[in-house]
Design a protein around this ligand. Structure first.
Ligand code: FE2
Length: 176
């Protein structure tokens, strides 16, 4: 798998009328050969967000995951895991809750070569149940760094604005 080809495939896919399906197929192809992808992107040794491609229409990140609090994206996404494991909890908003709280609605455990598309309004949290970092490609249907979204603090599950700088800091702290 050539990284340049994967980026080109994703860029072509977002213009497709069935963009998430086309991106899902491109990600599935990429993570189907986990060891090839790991050679290209490197074995994750610490957390952190590696920007593979960022434009208005498309963001591709290599995200070695630890644990991430509930958050939404406000754009569709496709996750493909190529190493380790990530346990996703999916949440739904509690209707008319004044604090914007959420309740758990489902779960999906993703291992190597697993691909999961996420709709625009999905809320999820991610836990890594293994002792090594999860290796995953994340593709988003927009500019991940320029879109407002929410996160939910883990004790009370109350909604607040997502702070990308804080998320980057959390990765850095966890690496220390
Ligand atoms: Fe996410």
């Amino acid at each position: 798998m050539e990284l340049e080809q994967f980026i080109a495939d994703c860029r072509a896919a977002v213009t497709d009328s069935a963009a998430t399906k086309a991106v899902r197929e491109a990600v599935a192809r990429a993570v189907s050969d986990s060891s090839a992808l790991e050679q290209i992107l490197g074995t994750p040794e610490q957390g952190g967000i590696q920007r593979i491609h960022v434009s208005d229409e498309l963001t591709i990140l290599n995200v070695p995951r630890m644990t991430i609090m509930p958050h939404n994206h406000n754009m569709w996404a496709v996750i493909g895991v190529y190493g380790g494991r990530e346990d996703n909890i999916f949440w739904r908003r509690i209707k008319d809750d004044p604090l914007g709280r959420i309740e758990a609605a489902g779960a999906k455990s993703l291992g190597p070569a697993d691909v999961r598309p996420l709709g625009d309004d999905i809320i999820h949290s991610v836990t890594n149940p293994t002792s090594k970092l999860t290796a995953a490609i994340h593709v988003y249907g927009g500019d991940f760094f320029a879109t407002e979204r929410s996160e939910w603090e883990t004790e009370g599950l109350e909604e607040r604005p997502y702070d990308i700088e804080k998320a980057v800091r959390l990765f850095e702290d966890a690496n220390k």
